[in-house]
Design a protein around this ligand. Structure first.
Ligand code: 13P
Length: 397
């Protein structure tokens, strides 16, 4: 299989160009052995070969004024997006749309990483260049969604669990070879359905196993336990559930010997449920969310890249901006799909003549979120479209 067709990352604050050269092959991890206790028979093995690279990749993605473009919609979800603009869910249409996204001129100034669906990782643009090459030329690190989606969790209160651990090590090695340097696993927790202790434990354990396997294969894991917006509950209830979820996630990450310096988090912001009558201001969302992060997230974690979860484009940017009004121990940024792509998709509408204006709208959103990452977004001049919420009940990705 062709190895990282990635040519070179342009000068980056952290990554060395030499580490991104064409033809890079998989490195076989050597293990350093760390004895917990001299007298104990049990040993902890921590693979050292990728450690430095993982830290560098995570820091590159968490670089000032930049965040992640999530464009890893599964074929089913991408089909829904295309249907909303009257297009059929064909490979050619998905390719045309993803080509539009990755070729936005200057995107790398604001976007440090792009999460791809497997099809896109192995796909070329409409003019025949590898998508991963185009990203690397833009100074954007390619990433890959590795989970296999949600299925019902037997024995729970109508909750779900996330599949994908079987064969994950060999898939991850192949993704690395293809040019991916980080991964994403999204599992969900539902507040109206409990969440049950079983569902939280399963979500946390699955994320931790995935994170360990990713690091073993050179991919920085994005750890994403999405607490769904669905529900009528208030912000305090979301805060309570989020504390529980993140406590378990970090407990199992530590049990699985995951190196915290080489991960990124993708939390939901702490907000009231979508159907709650009390709405929260960006300042309230920031206050609750930062309180949660301070209580649960060690400062060794380099970056916290929020999902947008159905917020409007403007709301997601305002909330991020509010969280960056004073320095944080971690890079607090974005990994949005809907809140970056919505206006862009609508502007494109599947018409070749609209590619350029659509690309401009993506750049506007990327820049707005870049400013929000730096705490300098003013919210001026936003369109009505960008203010529309995108919450969908029972949303799957
Ligand atoms: P949204 O920003 O649309 O919630 O996307 C979440 C996600 O996990 C994409 O990778």
């Amino acid at each position: 299989m062709a190895s990282a067709s990635a040519t070179l990352l342009k000068s980056s604050p952290v990554l060395d160009k030499s580490e991104w050269v064409k033809g890079q092959s998989i490195r076989h991890a050597s293990a350093t052995t760390v004895r917990c206790h001299p007298a104990a028979a049990s040993v902890l093995t921590v693979k050292a070969s990728y450690a430095d690279e993982l830290v560098k990749t995570a820091k590159t993605i968490a670089s000032p004024g930049r965040g992640i473009l999530a464009m890893d919609e599964s074929n089913a979800t991408c089909g829904k997006r295309l249907a909303s603009i009257g297009l059929e869910n064909t490979e050619a249409n998905r390719q045309a749309y993803r080509t539009l996204l990755v070729t936005v001129p200057g995107l790398g100034e604001y976007i440090s990483g792009a999460i791809l669906f497997e099809e896109t990782l192995y796909q070329s643009t409409v003019d025949g260049r590898k998508m991963v090459d185009v990203l690397v030329e833009q100074n954007i690190v390619p990433g890959i969604k590795v989970d296999k989606g949600l299925v019902p969790l037997a024995g729970s209160n109508n909750e779900s669990w996330c599949q994908g651990l079987d064969g994950l090590a060999s898939r991850s090695a192949a993704y690395y070879q293809q040019g991916a340097r980080f991964a994403k696993w999204r599992t969900v927790v539902s507040i109206p359905n409990g969440p049950s202790a079983l569902a939280v434990k399963e979500a946390a354990w699955g994320l931790a196993r995935y994170a360990a396997i990713s690091q073993d294969n050179g991919l920085v894991p994005i750890v994403e336990p999405e607490i769904l917006l669905d529900g009528e509950h208030g912000i305090d209830r979301t805060f309570e559930v989020a504390q529980k979820v993140w406590a378990e996630v970090f407990y199992y990450l530590a049990e699985n010997n995951v190196m915290f310096e080489g991960i990124l988090l993708k939390p939901s912001m702490v907000t009231p449920g979508a159907e709650c009558k009390d709405k929260a201001t960006p300042q309230q969302v920031a206050e609750y969310t930062l309180k949660l992060l301070h209580r649960r997230i060690p400062p060794a974690v380099p970056g916290i890249m929020f999902l947008s979860g159905g917020q409007s484009e403007v709301e997601a940017t305002l909330n991020l901006n509010a969280m960056n009004q004073s320095p944080n121990p971690w890079h607090v940024s974005f990994s949005y799909a809907r809140a970056l792509q919505n206006t862009c998709l609508k502007t494109w509408g599947g018409r070749p003549e609209n590619v350029k204006p659509a690309q401009e709208t993506l750049l506007v959103r990327a820049k707005a979120n870049s400013l929000a990452q730096l705490g300098k977004y003013t919210g001026e001049g936003e369109s009505e479209e960008a203010k529309k919420g995108m919450f969908v009940k029972g949303y799957v990705y």
